[in-house]
Design a protein around this ligand. Structure first.
Ligand code: IFM
Length: 444
């Protein structure tokens, strides 16, 4: 008998506000750091911005219809903080909240469970003006915003992700400068990483004070780290500590690995990590861990005292240049289950970009089908090993604004013509619908 997903396994599709909504100047929304960054010369592919994106703000009915048509039981989307609090704090913008009320209603009418991300990288620019994530106060503004959104949706949306990929927000935003706000400073990077992880804890606490029933998680981008050769174990370990375990321990155990603190402490003054933050982090429990997995990483020792060198990926690659390796997902899930056996896991993102083309009215994307099949079969394998994976969200429902790459990388299972905004489901969408039905047990 072929392996099957349990009947209540949650299959969904994922997006994020700035990547799909558009309507960046409507109904009282003010700019976020991504509006400012994308509008700055030379920051994104061809100077592209999220001004229109997929226009989901006006077309969410169509997109919910697609979710329904493809049999998804859940939709992961993010709330744009700048729609709810255009200045980041202060008075709620009811028109902004109303958009999400309509979206959640439409999902529930279609029996689709909302999984709501509160922070997917689009900090209100007004907060950036007073220091952004480098400013401790941003943690309490975030907690307040999170609490207000959760209170609004109490009973309707009950699953929330506080922060999406804190390490990308910190490292790409503050070390490489490839993402908003485009800084390049290591101390700032770890300050922001800490404020995001402690901010997650403050937000969780604020949410629980208004709703005990809400399930709270965080989505971490995790990549298994392998040494390039046998003598590079130390380089792999250090890179893993900094890029994975720092975030995993903070989220799942409310502390950072001592080795990372020792390492950072030899280079930087860590007084921005305050005792109150650690108390708050320790006092919170995580209802689920969101795992965003795309590719493995191979490293060797380099010049940088804190980071190892990442080797160019080998073998089959996606259009992002990322290695295709479902076994990396297996290694990751086994390790998470070993280290944090009590935490239920959702795959909150997995998918691949390929240079899809419309031929006639069809988009054939066999490489995406292979990618998804490999990773879904891995999920079946780990489930049979007793690992508590509860759901899988494909990234992404739609081709969308892929940050610094603009619209040049297509991750969707639905093709978007960015001129007409027409949606054309790719072959992978039909394949996924049928594969899921064939591999899910029926309710007894
Ligand atoms: O598009 C992003 C998403 O916003 C966060 N995780 C990775 C995706 C692909 O790069």
């Amino acid at each position: 008998m072929e392996k099957q997903f349990p009947h209540n396994f949650l299959f969904g599709a994922a997006t994020a506000a700035y990547q799909v909504e558009g309507a960046t100047r409507e109904d009282g929304r003010l700019p976020s750091i991504w509006d400012v960054f994308a509008h700055s010369p030379g920051k994104t592919f061809g100077g592209q911005t999220g001004d229109q994106a997929c226009d989901q703000y006006h077309r969410f009915h169509d997109d919910v219809r697609l979710l329904k048509e493809f049999g998804f039981r859940s939709y992961r989307f993010s709330v744009s903080w700048s729609r709810i609090f255009p200045e980041g704090k202060g008075r709620i913008n009811e028109k902004g909240m109303d958009y999400y009320r309509r979206l959640v209603d439409e999902l529930l009418r279609n029996d689709i469970i909302p999984l709501v991300t509160l922070y997917h990288w689009d900090l209100p620019q007004a907060l950036e003006g007073i220091g952004g994530w480098l400013n401790r106060d941003t943690m309490s503004y975030f907690a307040n915003y999170a609490q207000k959104v959760v209170r609004e949706f109490r009973g309707e949306a009950t699953r929330f992700i506080t922060v999406n990929e804190p390490s990308v927000a910190a490292y790409e935003g503050y070390l490489t400068g490839h993402h908003a706000p485009g800084h390049t400073d290591f101390r700032e990077t770890i300050t922001v990483a800490h404020h995001l992880m402690a901010g997650h804890a403050y937000a969780s606490n604020a949410i629980r004070s208004v709703s005990q029933a809400t399930e709270i998680g965080i989505a971490l981008n995790l990549s298994p780290i392998y040494p390039s050769t046998k003598d590079q174990h130390e380089a792999a370990r250090t890179y893993d500590l900094v890029s994975n375990q720092f975030f995993l321990d903070a989220a799942c155990s409310g502390k950072y690995p001592q080795e990372v603190l020792d390492l950072y402490g030899t280079f930087f003054d860590l007084t921005f990590m305050q005792q109150a933050d650690f108390q708050m982090m320790r006092s919170q429990t995580l209802d689920f861990l969101g795992v965003n997995y795309y590719f493995p990483t191979v490293v060797q020792k380099g010049e940088h005292p804190l980071l190892s060198d990442v080797l160019p990926p080998q073998g089959l690659l996606t259009d992002m240049g990322w290695a295709i390796a479902p076994n990396g997902l297996q290694d990751l899930l086994v390790r998470i289950h070993r280290d944090y056996p009590q935490v239920p896991i959702y795959i909150t993102e997995n998918g691949a970009a390929f240079p899809d083309k419309v031929i006639g009215d069809h988009v054939d994307d066999p490489r995406r089908i292979d990618y998804l099949k490999g990773h879904l079969e891995t999920c079946l394998d780990v489930l049979s090993q007793g690992i508590d994976v509860k759901g899988y969200y494909v990234w992404s429902l739609l081709d969308n604004f892929e940050w610094a790459h603009g619209y040049s990388k297509r991750f969707g299972i639905v093709y978007v013509d960015f001129e007409s905004m027409r949606r054309i489901p790719k072959a992978s969408a039909y394949w996924l619908r049928d594969w899921i039905v064939a591999h899910t047990a029926r309710e007894a």
